[in-house]
Each structure stands twice: as C-alpha cells, then as structure tokens.
Design a protein around this ligand. Structure first.
Ligand code: OFO
Length: 170
C-alpha cells in the first residue's frame, strides 16, 4: 500500500507527464508553422515519450493497487517569440520535471518505500538525457544566432534524430 504522500505525488506526476506531452506537441505545432520540420519532428517524438512516461507511472500505480486520479491537464502556451524561446521553455520545463522526480524520490526514502525508490531510478536516468538533449539544442541555437543557413542545418540534423522508443514498452 502506497503512503498517501507518495500516492499524491505520483498522481501529480502522471498529470505533469501528460502536460509535458501537451507542451511538446504545442511547440511541435509552432515549429510546423515555421516550416522547421526537424524541430517539429524532434518535439513530436518527445511528446510521445512523455505519454509513455505518464503510462509508466500509471502502470506502476495499478500494480500497487493505488487509487489513480485524473485531474485536468493545463493548456500550454501556443506561441513563442523565436525558436530559441521555445527550446528554452523545453529546457526549463525538463529541469522542473527533474526536481519533481527528485521530490518523489526523497519522499519515498522518507517513508522507506523501497519499491517506489527503485521504480523511480529509471526516471532519474531519463531526466539526465532529457535535460542534456534540450541543453544541446539550446546551446547550438545560441551559437547560430541570426544565421538562417545554420538554423536549417540544425533542423536537418534534428530530422535525422531517431524516433521515440519509450512508447514501444506499452
Ligand atoms: Fe517525462 O520527461 Fe520530459 O518532461
């Protein structure tokens, strides 16, 4: 039986993961409007990954016979001033998700919930990757500045990024 603190945090995390999917999809839509199809594909793949993250927690909670709540998912922004602003939002968002995962891990430790602690290890590792990828794109955009040709080259590179694989587990 999950402690009520853990139950609440995991339910909130499902909501955050689905919000993340919404956010990535909204950013993907923004990139579509700019005809930056590599950025569009990258963020669409990320949206799929986020759905898989939410489902991963959902399945864990089912296994633990925990009560699952389905709270409303907030609307993400729909417009950004520039590609760099959109990617900065991705990066900041991933950092906030990392903090959120760490908070659940901390609570699991406080309540001696070893199962949840082990379950969360996958997410801790995943967040390193998510932050790092967003940061790499962000740093490249900073270097690119107003150089349209270089932006198209990065777009092309992102087009070749392999699709999300997390979803395959479900
Ligand atoms: Fe679920 O990792 Fe991004 O937000």
């Amino acid at each position: 039986m999950l402690h009520t603190d853990i139950l609440d945090l995991l339910n909130r995390q499902i909501n955050k993961e689905f919000y993340s999917a919404y956010l990535y999809l909204s950013i993907s839509h923004y990139f579509n409007s700019l005809h930056l199809n590599g950025f569009e594909q990258w963020t669409k793949n990320q949206a799929q990954d986020e759905l898989a993250h939410g489902l991963r927690i959902y399945n864990y909670m089912l296994e633990r016979q925990a009560a699952i709540s389905f709270d409303a998912i907030s609307s993400p922004d729909r417009q950004w001033d520039s590609p760099i602003d959109a990617v900065l939002e991705v990066y900041n968002h991933e950092c906030s998700i990392t903090r959120s995962i760490h908070d659940i891990l901390k609570a699991a430790r406080e309540h001696n919930d070893y199962s949840t602690e082990v379950f969360l290890h996958w997410f801790v590792t995943e967040q390193i990757e998510e932050e790092s990828m967003a940061d790499k794109v962000l740093q490249k955009l900073k270097l690119i500045g107003d150089n349209g040709g270089a932006l198209l080259m990065l777009d092309d590179q992102l087009q070749k990024t392999p699709p999300a694989t997390d979803m395959q587990a479900f």
